[in-house]
Structure formats: C-alpha cells, structure tokens
Design a binder for this molecule. Structure first.
Ligand code: ZN
Length: 134
C-alpha cells in the first residue's frame, strides 16, 4: 500500500458538516460528489497529502444511514491508496482478509475501490483505492 489516501467520516448533514470542517481545517472542501450506487453524497477536503471525505446518506438503506443508526456520526473508514487494486485484493484475500466486493468498483474521486470487512481488520473498515487512469 502506498499511503493513507483519505479518512472517511459519516455525517448526518453534509451541508452543516462542510461548514464545520471548513472551520476545523481552515479551508473549504474542494469537491462534492454523489455516488448513487453507494447511496451517498460526499465532499472532500485536502489536508497536506491526505484527504478527509465526509459521507452523507441519500436514502435509509445506504450503508452510511445504517452505520449512523447503529453507532452515530463519526469515523467510518480509512482508505489506503494502492498501485494495483486487483493484485492487492488477491494478496489480502490470500492473507485471510474478507473482501466486501469481489471486483473493484467505481468510488468517489475517480477511484476504483474495494472494502475489507471490519471483522478481519480489528473493527476498522478499510478501503483500498486506486486512481483510475485517465
Ligand atoms: Zn472513502
């Protein structure tokens, strides 16, 4: 894995949280994006080489809505940048980690992504992401 790419935070209201994180980080978000397949609206803040991703559910069946129902707002996942997502997925599966999707899928911010089940990663939801080549 290359580096921490971003930290995902589940929020109830993206507009309010954009203002809050703008105050916290001292700069505005640089991007807002909906990922319909995941039922989320996202926004991104750049912090040095890393990003903070805020995620808001767009419907009650969204994984973010379920997460907030269970645990409330807060840290949702850590995303690691990888060079070749398929080979990382193969490697991790062989190591015994449970992949939540068997094929890389399109995520926010021009990425292919795969999530690892938190049961196999000390309770932390891990996202692998690879920049989609232009
Ligand atoms: Zn993410």
């Amino acid at each position: 894995m290359l580096q921490i790419e971003h930290i995902g935070i589940a929020v109830k209201n993206l507009e309010n949280s954009n203002l809050l994180f703008q105050q916290l980080l001292g700069k505005p978000h640089y991007k807002v994006e909906s990922v319909e397949s995941e039922g989320v609206n996202t926004s991104f803040f750049m912090v040095g080489n890393n990003k903070v991703e805020l995620l808001e559910a767009t419907n009650p069946d969204s994984p973010i809505a379920k997460f907030i129902d269970k645990r409330g707002e807060g840290m949702h996942h850590i995303a690691f940048a990888v060079k070749d997502i398929r080979s990382e997925m193969d490697r991790l599966e062989k190591e015994g980690f449970k992949l939540l999707n068997k094929e890389p899928k399109p995520g926010a911010d021009n990425k292919l992504v795969c999530f690892l089940h938190p049961k196999t990663t000390n309770g932390v939801l891990i996202e692998l992401c690879q920049e989609i080549p232009e």
